[in-house]
Design a protein around this ligand. Structure first.
Ligand SMILES: Cc1cc2nc3c(=O)[nH]c(=O)nc-3n(C[C@H](O)[C@H](O)[C@H](O)COP(=O)(O)OP(=O)(O)OC[C@H]3O[C@@H](n4cnc5c(N)ncnc54)[C@H](O)[C@@H]3O)c2cc1C
Length: 499
């Protein structure tokens, strides 16, 4: 293992003021860098991929449902302005690829050589202290171990660490117990199983045309893939589409239609609902994947699962698309004393705010450095997508506000750090009484009373942090109340069935 010191003085010999290290150059990592730059704090951004926005680029063919103004960070916008850059004014929300080329790449250009690509963080610890030693941790800098693309390894010291490494690299397995289903790795090695969001209408098209594809999962990745596959199926009638979900209703994914604050997201859910209603997509509910069995010539696979009626097999599948969500990589943080929600693996204070059991929305109470902090590890913050742990509802706009608050805290600007603001459409639809009910969704009602009838108005929800973790009224809500627990209620409503 080669060791080298490209980035800075080796931690073991340097007594200088170490930088703040940001792990990951996705939208939130680069927003953090913009705030650090604006405040004049020394920093390094370490990105595992060969270019910035490497995770977003992997789903570059997918159109986001977030308008540009909720993607672009305020400090980033100010840094970019002198280059002649301005927030794109296109009416459609951007694709992942457009986010990378039109925003993240120019932003990295302004940030310059403090952004390092091909630099994967493989571990974070405290200088001279392993996890078992608690005394004096706050006085020691962090040690961030990097593996460069050529395999060389380097340690850098850090005054603080912001882990914005996302969760894209840690896809959940198909097995309903959280473990890989039996035979899952074998099916993947045989090419029968792909991760979420294959480029169905582009590079991967030939793989799906005229074949049977089973999509497993209940999120927007599954919806995007099914809607794209349906386009192929319209041209090639031998294309068969099956969609398996663990729950008994797809209500949350079908969403609130016109009551969704993000029209593209609402449309995606409605389109999928139409495909299920027309029979273009066969929906298998209540299916808990247990085993994948390769066919004799390995060109097909059978999925064996448990249902309320007993074992069920979905046979003769050419392609399985696993879209079962993501989880944070905590292995790189194993030497730190983190305070995490025991279920979601998000920072403990964030967990209850985003728990998918109780709400389905992109809305969240304003939160900042205090909620993201780990008391036993001052100076370390998980931000961005990873800060939601296993919860799927993260939005970039929330991450931008997280890093604004965290960086203000690091700069000693306590007033700004504690004045957490979310500037979002005003809505009342999130686990609240004026949202559409399942019965209304099922019978085609598209908007609820109250604030949902009105076009979204910009609202600033401000929190002085100490007060308001109970509030759920502001955000980019889906128009569907409640989360998984709401599914159970909805399942007992015959009128709310999907078809
Ligand atoms: C298909 C899809 C559509 C989405 N649509 C929207 C949308 O419309 N609106 C919205 O707000 N959000 C959307 N999201 C969620 C979106 O992914 C996040 O909001 C956003 O990308 C999160 O940014 P991030 O910087 O936290 O993480 P990421 O974008 O995942 O960036 C993390 C970066 O860290 C790097 N990295 C990972 N591990 C390491 C390591 N060990 N060392 C160094 N670098 C590392 C990765 O390569 C990556 O570049 C969507 C997600 C998907 C999958």
């Amino acid at each position: 293992m080669a060791v080298r010191t490209l980035l800075s003085t080796p931690f073991s010999t340097s007594a200088g003021d170490p930088p703040v290290v940001v792990i990951g150059a996705g939208p939130v990592g680069l927003a953090a860098a913009a705030h650090l730059s604006t405040r004049g704090l020394p920093f390094l951004v370490l990105e595992a991929g060969d270019s910035v926005g490497a995770a977003v680029a992997q789903w570059g063919h997918i159109r986001t449902f977030t308008p540009w103004r909720y993607i672009v960070d305020s400090a980033a916008e100010k840094l970019l302005a002198p280059t002649g850059w301005s927030v794109p004014t296109t009416r459609r929300s951007p694709t992942g690829a457009e986010v990378v080329t039109q925003y993240l790449t120019p932003l990295a250009g302004v940030l310059g050589d403090r952004v390092h690509t091909g630099a994967r963080v493989v571990a974070v610890s405290r200088e001279g202290l392993d996890r078992s030693r608690g005394v004096g941790r706050e006085t020691r800098p962090f040690v961030v171990r990097i593996q460069h693309r050529d395999g060389a390894v380097e340690d850098v010291r850090a005054r603080a660490v912001l882990d914005a490494s996302g969760t894209w690299g840690q896809q959940n397995p198909l097995g309903s117990s959280g473990l890989p289903a039996l035979g899952e790795q074998v099916a993947r090695a045989a090419g029968r199983l792909t991760g979420p969001l294959p480029d169905v209408l582009g590079a991967d098209r030939a793989r799906f045309a005229g074949r049977t594809t089973l999509v497993v999962g209940m999120g927007h990745s599954a919806a995007n893939t099914l809607v794209a596959l349906a386009e192929i199926a319209r041209e090639n009638r031998d294309t068969r589409l099956v969609w398996a979900i663990r729950g008994t209703t797809a209500r949350r994914l079908f969403g609130g239609g016109a009551a969704d604050d993000l029209p593209d997201r609402g449309r995606l859910g409605s389109d999928l609902q139409g495909l299920v209603s027309s029979g273009a997509v066969e929906l298998v509910r209540g299916f808990a994947t247990r085993e994948l069995r390769l066919g004799p010539d390995a060109t097909t696979v059978d999925l064996v699962g448990d249902t309320a009626e007993g074992e069920r097999t979905i046979a003769g599948v050419h392609n399985v698309v696993g879209a079962t969500g993501f989880r944070p990589d905590l292995d790189i943080l194993a030497e730190l004393r983190l305070d995490l929600d025991i279920g979601l693996q998000a920072p403990r204070a964030i967990g209850p705010l985003v728990d998918p059991a109780v709400h389905s929305c992109g809305s969240v109470p304003p939160h900042g450095w205090r909620e993201l902090a780990h008391d036993a590890e001052p100076g370390f913050f998980v931000v961005g997508m990873k800060s939601y742990g296993r919860a799927p509802t993260f939005l970039i706009t929330t991450g931008n506000e997280q890093v604004r608050s965290v960086v203000a805290h690091l700069a000693g600007d306590h007033a700004a750090a504690d004045e957490v603001q979310l500037v979002l459409p005003e809505t009342g639809v999130c686990s609240s009484g004026n949202a559409l009910t399942d019965v209304e969704v099922g019978s085609g009602v598209t908007s609820a009373g109250g604030s949902c009838d009105a076009p979204p108005r910009a609202a600033v929800e401000t929190s002085s942090v100490s007060q308001s973790l109970e509030r759920l009224a502001v955000g980019l809500a889906t128009g569907v109340p409640d989360g998984r627990l709401g599914d159970e209620l909805s399942a007992s409503h015959p009128a709310s069935q999907e078809e």
